[in-house]
Design a protein around this ligand. Sequence first.
Ligand SMILES: [Fe+2]
Length: 214
Amino acid sequence: MVTGLFNLGFSTICATPHQKTGQYLPSLEAINNAHKATMDAVQAHELPVRIPLGAENMWDSTLYQRIEDDEIPGYDGNRVFLMEFIPNQLPVGLFQRIFDLRCRGILPVLAHPERYSPLWMAPDLVEKLAGDCAMVVDLGALSGHHGRKQAKYARKMVLSGIAHAAASDLHSPTDLKGVSKGIEWIRKKVGLDAVERLLCTNPAKILEGRHPDG
Ligand SMILES: [Fe+2]
C-alpha cells in the first residue's frame, strides 16, 4: 500500500487505525508496534515517505471520554484529529461539541463527508460543518468506487469548493485504483490547481491543526 501511494505521488501518508467502541480498539502498544513494523519495512524498501500516526475516531463513547480527558489521538500529536460518524444519522449535540472543541483550539477533521446521508439534502448543515471542521472527501468515492450516491455528493463537494482535502482512505492495495482515478477526476474536472490544493496545500495546513479556510 505504501509503495502504491508513493508511486501515485504521496510523500506523507497518515496512518489512521480505526478507534471504535466494541469493535476495534487495539491497545496503544499494539498500534505503536504495528507502526514501527511498517516504518521498518518502509525503510528496508528505501521509500522516502513520512508516515505520521493518527487515528480514525468513531464519534462514540470512547471518543467522548477522550475529549473529556483531553486525550484524543490526533495527527502527529497535534491538536487535530480525524473523526467519522455512523453513516445514516448525525450525532446528537454534534455542533455544540464541535464548537467546544474549537474553543479549546482543537480542529476536527471529518472523514468521507460524502458518506453521511443526512447531509445530502442539507447544504446549510454541510456549510456549518465545513466552517468548523476540515472536510476530507474520499478519492475512492470520487471515482465512483463506493456507489453512485457517494460519488455524486463527493463530486458536488469538490466542485462547489466546500471539500478542503481529498484522501485515499486506503484499506488494501485493491483500493489504489480508486485513489488514482479520484485524483485524475479532480485534475480533469477542476484542474491541477485543485489537485494541489486538495492533496498538498490544505492537507499540510490540516496536519498543523489549522483550518484550511482560516
Ligand atoms: Fe471511515
